[in-house]
Unconditional design. Structure first.
Length: 138
């Protein structure tokens, strides 16, 4: 019996740091922050006429809004966060009656943000973008 308990205890000790490193936090952990980003379409999206644009990602009141996306009908949406080592990951899905939907996910660490956005137009066209930037914004 003692031989079984030692390995089980060792397994539990090994799992605890892993759990702590990826704990989920309330979405409000990023509230009150804004991030100036450059959003870049991938090669396929560029061939379809998409252009690089500047945006500001704003977390407030448990919701996130993208300054340029709001202009074309995307409303602020709830977001999720997860602690990842020293930084955070976030994700959200936004919908515009006019444009379709967009899914944003990113990593935030040491005042920098980097991630991906996938836009699905109303006609079913899928466009992929990457974004990166720094804390601050309009």
């Amino acid at each position: 019996m003692r031989q079984i308990m030692v390995p089980l205890g060792l397994v539990l000790l090994l799992l605890i740091p892993s759990f702590a490193a990826t704990q989920t936090a309330p979405a409000s952990s990023l509230d009150g922050t804004a991030w100036a980003v450059k959003v870049t379409p991938d090669a396929a999206a560029m061939k379809k006429g998409e252009k690089v644009f500047d945006d500001v990602i704003m977390f407030n009141g448990g919701k996130v809004a993208m300054s340029e996306c709001v202009k074309v009908g995307f409303k602020p949406s709830s977001y999720t966060t997860q602690k990842n080592g020293e930084g955070w990951t976030f994700s959200t899905e936004q919908v515009s009656e006019k444009e379709g939907k967009s899914v944003w996910s990113g990593d935030i660490l040491a005042g920098k943000i980097k991630g991906a956005m996938t836009a699905t137009k109303k006609d079913g066209t899928v466009l992929n973008y990457s974004f990166e930037g720094t804390k601050g914004g309009k």
